[in-house]
Design a protein around this ligand. Structure first.
Ligand code: NAD
Length: 248
């Protein structure tokens, strides 16, 4: 049986699927990933600029470094793969969607059981007075060069997007929920992740240690491919189109 058919057969018989999504699920929506070919990692020393201490020191540099990513997110619509997961949830086959993405596209696609391990850039807050903000207009202003750093309207502190930066801890509830869902699942499907960012990359190991089948769909090889039940190297759009023909 071809790999894609084996993956679809596993999805068909599973009732408690955990999907682990990474930046690769959103590239077909025009959002660059970090480590794929042409990803943002090639151009910018992101670990320095997108860290919590760098944000405190120099929020303007943080906003300049992330402008390309955040303005692409503002324009993006869910991909076929986001729609596939929303459809599988409608069919009551989803235990949880665990995403490393900050783009909110699983919500836009209609999924509800989501753990956003790295937060969302759609909203932000003032670290000074804790006021909360919708961020899209600020990102557009930064991208147009009208604003260097979005400031809180009340106390003029630099607004921080609600994302997990390098050096930050993961949100405890999202991490604990993700581990519990992984332990409870009957199939893990990894969609568009290089599986090198920890602790998210521990989750497939938790599934494998519990004897659960793991399907990986990614353009490039990952360190888990040899251990996975099925590893497909291809575009998520093609995989999701084939799956939606079956489950849509
Ligand atoms: P990554 O950039 O490390 O890896 C993405 C993987 O997706 C690559 O291996 C690439 O080959 C694959 N890929 C790209 N396009 C694909 C496609 N069309 N079909 C199949 N595979 C495809 O991403 P990661 O593992 O999620 O970790 C990176 C970190 O980047 C995360 O912490 C995340 O928060 C952040 N990030 C998020 C976004 C977003 O929210 N959309 C975008 C960039 C980075």
């Amino acid at each position: 049986m071809a790999d894609i058919d084996r993956a679809l057969a596993l999805i068909r018989k599973s009732k408690r699927i955990v999907a682990l999504s990474g930046a690769g699920i959103s590239t077909e929506a025009g959002i660059p990933d970090f480590r794929g070919a042409g990803g943002m990692w090639e151009n910018v020393p992101l670990t320095e600029q997108l860290s919590a201490s760098a944000f405190k020191r120099d929020p303007g540099t943080f906003y300049r470094a992330s402008a390309r990513l955040f303005s692409a997110i503002g324009k993006a619509q869910p991909t076929m793969a986001h729609r596939l997961l929303a459809r599988l949830e409608e069919l009551e086959k989803i235990e949880a969607i665990i995403t490393q993405n900050i783009d909110g596209l699983h919500h836009s696609a209609g999924s509800r059981k989501i753990f956003e391990l790295h937060g969302t850039c759609r909203t932000g807050h003032c670290p000074g007075c804790r006021a909360t903000f919708e961020m899209s207009e600020f990102y557009d202003q930064v991208a147009r060069g009208e604003v260097e750093t979005p400031l809180c309207s009340s106390c003029k502190t630099a607004i921080r997007p609600d994302i997990v930066l390098f050096e930050d801890m993961l949100p405890e509830e999202a991490w604990e929920g993700s581990v519990a869902a992984t332990e409870a699942c009957d199939l893990m499907v990894v969609l568009g992740s290089s599986l090198v960012v920890y602790p998210a990359a521990e989750l497939p190991m938790i599934a494998l240690s519990g004897g659960k089948p793991v399907v990986i769909v990614n353009l490039e090889a990952t360190i888990y491919d040899q251990m996975a039940t099925v590893a497909i190297h291809g575009k998520l759009g093609d995989f999701a189109t084939a799956a939606l023909a079956l489950f849509g």
